[in-house]
Design a protein around this ligand. Structure first.
Ligand code: HEM
Length: 383
């Protein structure tokens, strides 16, 4: 038998392995790894202080997202960010049960009861004239989340202050903020008690009835904020650049295509609870294992002209396990329907108030942080 080849890897720098490149320009590092492993199984190694393996083939994605016993969340990247470190996101044992409990208010049918409130929240600010789509998306998503979770009862300044660090580059989102978290937790507890005694029909009302439900509200709020903001901002920019798509019957395809090119959840991470045999290689227990919605959705073996914004491609179904902006399997995004509702409502509102959008200036290049976002600003004119 020929000797086993080690996994391909992008070029390292002396002493730091890939750590320095990862913190400087992880997207370039991913592209290089993908290129080097394109013909050899689409799996490559990284040295990030501990052994790490990135895969982007549909087979890899399917295995990682469906074998929860081997691919664990404890010790993944989410553990490093206090905003995301907890709740269903980091639960391994009992994950299914916990999701079963929090799923109902986030289901597709439950969204209808939130729609009116989300519409009203959007209409508190009319995007008109020349504006930065990224800043507008940020404000609009904060208002929509406040409406969906708290019937807009949460102090807007506190919500903004609480979530703002998530939109900064590392290490800002990883810095512990005990005082801010205590303030947020206390405020949420007070609102939750009101729901328990006085009733309601917002997301907090449903979550508050459960042990740990208020904490799930706080964590899912953080998971849903910049992800949705970035998608909305990019979608507006693309609509401004492709006016032929600025129409009601094209919005769903525009959202899908935006999420294909720029999935805010650009990397998903897990830790191996046992050694993994993959394509004749053994990846050791404890290794960091990653899937990349970004790379999978740009693989030229799977997509025609993958770098081109082409919403019409959504007339057909995507290749299986290659389109994962919301992850997949049992850990599929809890807020998928809520995110789609907010995105559709916000773009529909733009259609209502503007007959055309024009891209004036800005930088839509993807900047990776906790999530992938546009460098910005994204200045557009609504006419
Ligand atoms: C466009 C917007 C969004 C995108 C692109 C997105 C993306 C994702 C992705 C890729 C995952 C899987 C992560 C993994 O496999 O490691 C995920 C999980 C999750 N998302 Fe979202 N998300 C969005 C909006 C939201 C919203 C609005 C919420 C609010 C409820 C939310 C809450 C969560 C939670 C709680 C999880 C963890 C689920 C679990 O582990 O069981 N997300 N999201």
């Amino acid at each position: 038998m020929p000797p086993m080849q080690p996994l391909p890897q992008p070029a390292t720098l002396p002493f730091s392995g890939h750590l320095q490149r990862w913190s400087g320009d992880p997207i370039a590092l991913l592209h290089e790894g993908a290129e080097k492993s394109q013909k050899t199984g689409k799996v490559f190694a990284l040295k990030l202080g501990l052994p790490a393996v990135v895969g982007f083939s549909p087979e890899w994605n399917k295995r990682l997202l469906t074998d929860l016993g081997t691919f664990r969340s404890a010790g993944s990247f989410s553990a490093v960010v206090p905003y995301l470190a907890g709740g269903v996101i980091l639960t391994d044992a009992g994950h299914g049960e916990r999701r079963g409990a929090v799923n109902p208010p986030f289901g597709k049918r439950s969204m209808e009861s939130l729609r009116g409130r989300i519409r009203a929240a959007l209409r508190q600010e009319k995007p008109a004239g020349t504006f930065d789509a990224l800043a507008w998306a940020d404000r609009a998503v904060l208002r929509m989340l406040n409406a969906a979770y708290f019937s807009s009862d949460l102090d807007a300044g506190l919500l903004h202050a609480f979530l703002a660090p998530l939109r900064s580059a590392f290490p800002v989102p990883a810095i512990p903020r005990p005082l801010l978290f205590v303030r947020m937790n206390r405020t949420l507890d007070t609102l939750a008690r009101k729901r328990l005694t006085g009733g309601g029909d917002d997301l907090l009302f449903h979550l508050a009835r459960w042990p740990g439900g208020v904490r799930e509200a706080r964590i899912s709020l953080a998971a849903g904020h910049d992800t949705t903001t970035h998608t909305l901002a990019w979608a507006v920019w693309h609509l401004a650049e492709h006016p032929e798509w600025f129409r009601a019957d094209g919005l769903k395809a525009v959202i899908r295509e935006t999420l294909r090119l720029y999935p805010p959840g650009w990397m998903g991470s897990r830790r191996l609870s046992r050694p993994l045999d993959w394509q004749g290689q053994t990846v050791p227990k404890g290794a960091l294992v990653l899937y990349s919605p970004y790379l999978s959705a740009r693989d030229p073996d799977l997509w025609d002209a993958p770098g081109v914004f082409r919403p019409e491609r959504w007339d057909a179904s995507p290749p299986a396990w290659a389109y994962l902006p919301f992850g997949g399997g049992e850990r599929l995004c809890l807020g998928l329907h809520l995110a789609n509702l907010m995105l559709e409502e916000a773009l529909t509102y733009l259609l209502e108030v503007a007959s055309e959008l024009q891209a004036l200036h800005g930088d839509p290049a993807p900047r990776p942080g906790v999530t992938l976002g546009p460098a910005g600003p994204l200045v557009v004119r609504a006419g």
